[in-house]
Every structure is written in structure tokens, then in C-alpha cells.
Design a protein around this ligand. Structure first.
Ligand code: RBF
Ligand code: MG
Length: 382
């Protein structure tokens, strides 16, 4: 990974991919294909979904027809799922940091283009549900406006042309491998925000690989820096989740002496797919005990290389017993950093304690303290 590499180039234009970069389209794609395949008695395997990430719709459909040996033509497939997708566009959520990024660039008058392999009419429809997006792009270009989609550089070259920009002066943000290849072939600076977990190495041709749009530092590439970080924390749109505390890997207390009150990832798959992995914080409510400061990690714990994405909140209070099964409520209000790997257990532990110090202090700031009173934290379970 080229992470941390010093910027050798500066840019003045930004070109954004849509699906998987700004929008959490994968959830909807999974849902539609699951329903569609059931009609043929087949079961959609969401673990194989990454195979179609970044493809044009035609390529994706061809692959699914072949993979699942469907007794229909590609045309029949497309005409059957098109209306299903149209019904779902309104349900696609913005990915964490997408609206923040768009607003920031717009406020600083950095020209932005949207370049997506999907047809322009779909792009327009999808972004219409997100306030302030459409007006922020000086160019919107769809896969139907070029001869070849990504990984061909054509769509990015054309986007630059329409902005009157030199390709070398453009920064591309992309979640998919075909997209990264297209951007590099176009001669642009490319930052990858992989939507496929734990595959950072695949993206080695990118100039930088980041985990989430929240980790973007535009000043590295000569663009205006974000100014919304407060005392090492980034306020996010609050997110409320809750459920019974489950047993985790059993490492928290024994190995780290950091007992986390884990939540079942299964119940929160929607939340998990909107929130990239990382260290977040907020307030935690335990129905029978009280409200506590909380810092948590979402992700695969790179140090332990887990295969499952987990939610592991650490309640910043000394409890004298554990409370598996109790109803835990969280108001997640801020972000600190991406999950990282560490050279030793000691350095992982030290970093988590540093997170704790940051959070203990930050949660008393006016911007965060009010959420302690969120009624959600005190709602009894049903
Ligand atoms: N695990 C990692 O591998 N890398 C991290 O950067 C990381 N950060 C964490 C930050 C906080 C605040 C907490 C509570 C946990 C973090 N963990 C991280 C997860 C930790 O490894 C996990 O809780 C234990 O493995 C117990 O399952
Ligand atoms: Mg994409």
C-alpha cells in the first residue's frame, strides 16, 4: 500500500465514482439479486458479490447468468431486474463521509465530476435522493456516454475534457479495481477506497489507499484541508444502534484487559455496510445500570486478522461483573481513526488507551455532550 507516501503531485480537480464510493449500492444489489435468483430456485451468495463490483451492468449480468447457470437470456435478466432496481434507488444510503466530502469541495469551489459505469439516467435518479449532490458536480458522465466503460480510461479522460482539465491535474476517488485501473490509465492521481474488505494489496497501483472517505486528507494532494476535526475527533451524523451484549472472542479481558461489550454483527449488517471499519465513539446506555462514555472498533481487527466484521464497544467504566445478554444502546457520534495493524500487542493496547483518553475528553465538548441525553439510550428493550 502506498499509504503515507508523500504527495509528489498536486491536483485541482476531483472526479468521483458513485456506486461503492459515495453510495452504499452493494446492499441494494444484494437484495435485488437475492429476490431475483429465488425465482429460479437459486440462492444468491453475497460472499461472491465482490466479483461484480465495478463492472458495467452488462458485464455484471453476464457473469451472474453464467455463474448461476440461469436459463434466461441476458436481455430477459435485464428487463426483469430493471424495475426492481428502480424501486430501490430511494433506499440507497450515502456512505460515511460522502456528503461531507461533496460539501467541502463545493464550498472551496473545487470543480467536481461524477463518472460512473452505470447509465447517466440511473446516476441522476440515484443522486436525486441526496440533497445538494447534483448541484455540486459540474460534469456527470455515465457509462452509456462512452464506447468502453472502466477499466478503459475513456470515461475519466472525457470527464476531464468536459471540465477543461488536464488529466494529470485530476484526482480520482474509486472503490473498485477496474475504476482504479481506469484512473491510472487516464494519467490521473487515484485514491482507492476499497469496498472489498481486507484486499488493500490488490490496489497497489493506486497512489493512496484509504479505508474510508473519513480518512481522506485532501491537503496531501494540494486540495483544501477539512476543518471539522475537533481535538483529534471527527463529528459524524449520529447513528443509534442497540441489542443484547454477546460474547466476543474472549480476548478483550484476558489478553488485552480491555473488556468490550460486543454486539451481534448479524443484526447490524446494514449499519456495518454503511460504516467502514474504524474506531468510533459515543454514549452507551445499559437499561439497568446507566449511561457511560464509550469507544469502539468496527471491523476485522487487523492485528488478529478476524474473518468476521465485528462491533466492539468498550464502556469506559469499571464494572464488577459482566453483563452478557443485557440490552445495550449506543449513540455513535464521532470518528477517530481507521483500524490498524500493530507491531506488538503492547502497541495495540497503548493505542486503544490513547483512543480512550481522546474520547474521555472529547465527549465533554458541547458538540458531543448533549447526546448523553438521547432518549434512545434509555429506551427499555422490547
Ligand atoms: N484491533 C485492531 O486490530 N486494530 C485496531 O486498531 C483496534 N482498535 C481498537 C480500538 C478500540 C477503542 C477498541 C475497543 C478495540 C480496538 N481493536 C483494534 C480491537 C481489539 O483488538 C479487540 O477489541 C480485541 O481483539 C478483543 O476482541
Ligand atoms: Mg464503484
Amino acid at each position: 500500500m502506498a499509504d503515507g507516501k508523500l504527495a509528489t503531485r498536486t491536483v485541482s480537480y476531483v472526479i468521483l465514482d458513485l456506486d461503492g464510493t459515495l453510495l452504499n449500492t452493494d446492499g441494494i444489489v444484494n437484495e435485488v439479486l437475492k429476490v431475483f435468483l429465488l425465482q429460479y430456485g437459486k440462492k444468491w451468495d453475497s460472499k461472491k458479490a465482490h466479483r461484480i463490483v465495478g463492472m458495467t451492468p452488462l458485464e455484471a449480468v453476464s457473469l451472474v447468468v453464467k455463474d448461476y447457470e440461469l436459463p434466461c437470456t441476458i436481455e430477459e435478466f435485464i428487463s426483469a431486474i430493471t424495475p426492481m432496481f428502480l424501486d430501490q434507488w430511494c433506499n440507497i444510503k450515502a456512505l460515511a463521509g460522502a456528503t461531507r466530502l461533496i460539501k467541502h469541495m463545493r464550498n472551496h469551489e473545487v470543480p467536481m465530476a461524477l463518472a460512473s459505469n452505470s447509465p447517466k439516467s440511473n446516476i441522476k435518479e440515484k443522486i436525486s435522493f441526496h440533497q445538494g449532490w447534483k448541484e455540486s458536480f459540474s460534469v456527470i458522465i455515465g457509462g452509456d456516454e462512452v464506447a468502453m466503460g472502466k477499466p478503459s480510461p475513456e470515461i475519466f479522460v472525457e470527464a476531464a475534457k468536459r471540465m477543461n482539465a488536464d488529466p494529470s491535474n485530476c484526482l480520482v476517488l474509486e472503490d473498485s479495481l477496474p475504476g482504479v485501473m481506469a484512473g491510472k490509465a487516464a494519467g490521473m492521481v487515484v485514491i482507492a477506497v476499497p469496498s472489498i474488505p481486507k484486499q488493500g494489496d490488490l490496489y497497489s497501483s493506486a497512489d493512496e489507499v484509504i479505508n474510508s472517505l473519513l480518512d481522506l486528507h485532501p491537503e496531501k494532494w494540494g486540495l483544501p484541508p477539512f476543518d471539522d476535526w475537533i481535538e483529534d475527533t471527527l463529528p459524524i451524523e449520529p447513528c443509534y444502534i442497540g441489542g443484547p451484549v454477546i460474547r466476543g472472542f474472549g480476548r478483550g479481558l484476558k489478553i488485552l484487559r480491555i473488556p468490550t461489550a460486543n454486539l451481534s454483527a448479524e443484526n447490524f449488517s446494514a449499519i456495518l455496510s454503511e460504516h467502514n471499519s474504524g474506531v468510533y465513539f459515543g454514549w452507551a446506555g445499559l437499561s439497568t445500570r446507566g449511561i457511560y462514555k464509550m469507544v469502539m472498533s468496527i471491523g476485522w481487527n487487523p492485528y488478529f486478522d478476524n474473518t468476521e466484521k465485528t462491533i466492539e464497544p468498550w464502556l469506559l467504566h469499571d464494572f464488577d461483573e459482566n453483563f452478557y445478554g443485557e440490552e445495550l444502546r449506543l449513540a455513535v457520534v464521532g470518528y477517530i481513526r481507521p483500524e490498524a495493524n500493530f507491531p506488538s500487542l503492547e502497541s495495540l493496547i497503548a493505542r486503544i488507551h490513547e483512543d480512550r483518553r481522546i474520547v474521555e475528553k472529547a465527549l465533554d465538548l458541547p458538540i458531543y455532550v448533549g447526546y448523553k441525553e438521547s432518549p434512545f439510550l434509555r429506551t427499555p428493550c422490547n
